[in-house]
Each structure stands twice: as structure tokens, then as C-alpha cells.
Design a protein around this ligand. Structure first.
Ligand code: HXC
Ligand code: NAP
Length: 267
């Protein structure tokens, strides 16, 4: 068995990463490039995605950045076509574009709710659906980035909870439909990850960060590399019998319930 984390295990592979101008998804793209993959990246901002691709090219690896909004199927499809024309195939897809803001349901408009569902859930459908005709089949690996909110109802996150729950079910449905074609479909559920826009929005103060860490079994935030390593494993043949799963990489942050946590506060 190859060591997915030390060898150039993705040599000869082509990965397409959506929502890759920053954060966790850019971390995955950089990690995959170092493991030998050629990388196509998309996000809404031309300037940001070209700069993201440059961080990979500056390390001596091959990457191309394209502006595409995951809410617009045609723009996503065009990006896949460009990537396929350039690299000849697509082996791995990461669907991680997302939007979030902290607001009570009564503090968001219908369009505010819809915006997050459109980016996270419809965007994920668009990315995975558009990818299919370009995939190197059998053997392709599709990975969506979901969140603990998909199964843990969270205050002021109704939009994200609903959208990410949809991603979890979409993952399972597509795994069933596309398994016979040799396409594996999984999702990763990161816990709180350090130095990300997501956590800057959810826990903007040191006090909030400390309160969140106190509720995590491993008592710390994860790193972008933790998520990239998980994505790497799922993208290799080491995971060739894994499909339709939601892989938690969250330090145990979903363990326990409100009652158990409340008891811990009295200890
Ligand atoms: C209430 C808000 C709001 C807020 C925006 N809206 N911010 N409503 N409270 N704080 C409403 C707007 O008023 C508008 O509704 C609607 O949302 C669309 O806003 P736009 O600014 O026009 O949308 P857009 O330019 O498409 O930007 C999308 C966005 C923005 C999601 C609002 O924040 C964004 O681009 N985010 C991308 C980066 C990001 O969020 N990264 C974090 C991902 S982390 P009206 O009715 O006024 O038109 C993540 C965490 C998961 O997903 C879990 C972590 C543990
Ligand atoms: P981030 O840096 O803000 O990443 C989000 C990316 O999505 C950006 O590159 C953004 O680029 C892109 N994007 C947003 N809307 C888009 C659209 N309509 N079309 C195309 N691209 C779009 O946030 P992050 O914190 O690293 O989160 C990355 C992923 O991990 C998300 O799926 C998030 O839900 C998930 N997650 C994060 C955490 C965490 O702790 N941070 C925890 C659990 C899950 P542009 O602005 O250039 O479009």
C-alpha cells in the first residue's frame, strides 16, 4: 500500500477544485499539487483565483485558475471544458464553494437564505453534475465539503444547516447513481479549522474561540492540512471501496449533546 501522505501519490492525476481562492479548498489544491496532481481552480473572483493558482505555480507545479460562479451551471461547465482541454481528463473533483453569515432566521430575507442555499447546495449539484461528462471513468473521486451543521442544528445558521444537510443527502444519492460507472462520491465534514474565513465569521473573538475549543473532544481547532490529508486519502486507491460516506475530520466536535455538555460545565 502506498503512503498517501508521503509519496507523490497523485502523480498523473488531474484535480478540479471549486471555491479554491482561499482557505480550506486552496489548502487542498496546494497539498494535491505537492503530491503530483495538476490543478484547475475556480472561484467568482478572477483576480483572487489567478493569484491562488500562482501560489501553486510558484512552487513549480502546474495550475490554472478560472473565474466561475458555482450558481451558474454554464460557467462551471465551461471551466470543466477548459480544464479538460488543457489537461486531457479530470480524476478528482473537490466541491467546496460556500457562503456564510451569522444571522437569526428572522434577521435574514428570503434572498439571504436562498443565497447560501444557491452557493452551497445548488452550487455543489452544479459542480458535480457538470463534472460527470469530463471525468476519467472508472476511478474518479468526487468530494464535497460539508459541515457539522448538516447534522447539528445550530443557532443563527438555519441557511447553512439546511444547505449542508442537502449536500450530505446529495452525496449519498449520487454515490448510488454513479457507483456503477466507477465514480466514488464522498463528503468531508471539517470541524472548526484555524485561520479560515469560516471561523473568522463564526468566532470573531478570543472568548468565542475558547468557548468552542472547550466543547471539542480534542480541545483544539483543526488545520487546513488535516482536511487536505483527508481529501488526499479519499482521492487515492487506498479508499477505492469507500463511497457515499460523510467523513468527519472534526476533533470529535459533534460528539455529545447539549445535556451532556451542560453536565460537564458543573464538574
Ligand atoms: C443577514 C445577509 C447578511 C447578514 C448578506 N445577507 N449578509 N443577511 N445578515 N450578515 C443577505 C443580503 O442582505 C442579501 O439579501 C443576500 O444575503 C445576498 O447578499 P449579497 O451580498 O448580494 O450576496 P453575494 O454577493 O452573493 O455574497 C454571498 C455572501 C457573502 C454569502 C452573502 O458573505 C460571500 O460572498 N461569502 C463567501 C465567503 C464566505 O462566506 N466564506 C465562509 C464560508 S465558511 P437581500 O434580501 O438584502 O437582497 C462556511 C462555514 C460553514 O460556509 C461551517 C463552519 C463551521
Ligand atoms: P473561504 O476561504 O471563504 O472559502 C470559500 C471559497 O468559496 C472562496 O474561495 C470563495 O472565493 C468561493 N466562493 C464563494 N462563493 C462562490 C461562488 N458562488 N462560486 C464560486 N466560488 C465561490 O472559507 P473556508 O472557511 O475555507 O471554507 C471552505 C469550505 O469549508 C466551505 O465549504 C465551508 O462551508 C467548509 N467548512 C469550513 C469550516 C471552517 O472551519 N472554516 C468548517 C466546516 C466546513 P471567491 O470569493 O473568489 O468566489
Amino acid at each position: 500500500m502506498q503512503n498517501a501522505f508521503k509519496d507523490k501519490v497523485l502523480e498523473g492525476k488531474v484535480a478540479f477544485v471549486a471555491g479554491a481562492s482561499s482557505g480550506i479548498n486552496l489548502g487542498i489544491a496546494q497539498h494535491f499539487a505537492r503530491a503530483g496532481a495538476k490543478i484547475a481552480l475556480i472561484s467568482r473572483s478572477h483576480e483572487k483565483i489567478v493569484a491562488a493558482a500562482k501560489t501553486i505555480a510558484d512552487e513549480g507545479f502546474e495550475a490554472t485558475g478560472m473565474a466561475a460562479d458555482v450558481r451558474d451551471f454554464a460557467s462551471v461547465d465551461a471551466a470543466f471544458k477548459t480544464a479538460h482541454d488543457r489537461f486531457g481528463k479530470i480524476d478528482i473533483v473537490i466541491s467546496g464553494a460556500a457562503g456564510n453569515f451569522v444571522a437569526p432566521a428572522l434577521g435574514m430575507s428570503s434572498n439571504g437564505f436562498k443565497t447560501v442555499v444557491d452557493i452551497d447546495l445548488i452550487g455543489t449539484f452544479n459542480v458535480l453534475r457538470a463534472s460527470f461528462q469530463y471525468l476519467n471513468r472508472p476511478g474518479a473521486s468526487l468530494i464535497s465539503i460539508t459541515a457539522p451543521q448538516a447534522v447539528n442544528p445550530s443557532m443563527f445558521q438555519a441557511h447553512v444547516c439546511a444547505a449542508k444537510a442537502g449536500i450530505n443527502m446529495l452525496t449519498k444519492c449520487l454515490a448510488m447513481e454513479w457507483g456503477p460507472a466507477g465514480v466514488r462520491v464522498n463528503a468531508i465534514s471539517p470541524g472548526p479549522i484555524a485561520d479560515t474565513e469560516g471561523m473568522a465569521r463564526l468566532a470573531p473573538s478570543a472568548e468565542m474561540e475558547a468557548a468552542i475549543k472547550a466543547r471539542i473532544a480534542l480541545r483544539d481547532y483543526g488545520t487546513k492540512t488535516d482536511i487536505a490529508d483527508t481529501a488526499m486519502f479519499l482521492s487515492t486507491d487506498n479508499a477505492k471501496y469507500i463511497t457515499g460516506t460523510i467523513v468527519d475530520c472534526d476533533g470529535g466536535s459533534k460528539l455529545g449533546d447539549a445535556g451532556a455538555n451542560a453536565l460537564a460545565d458543573f464538574k
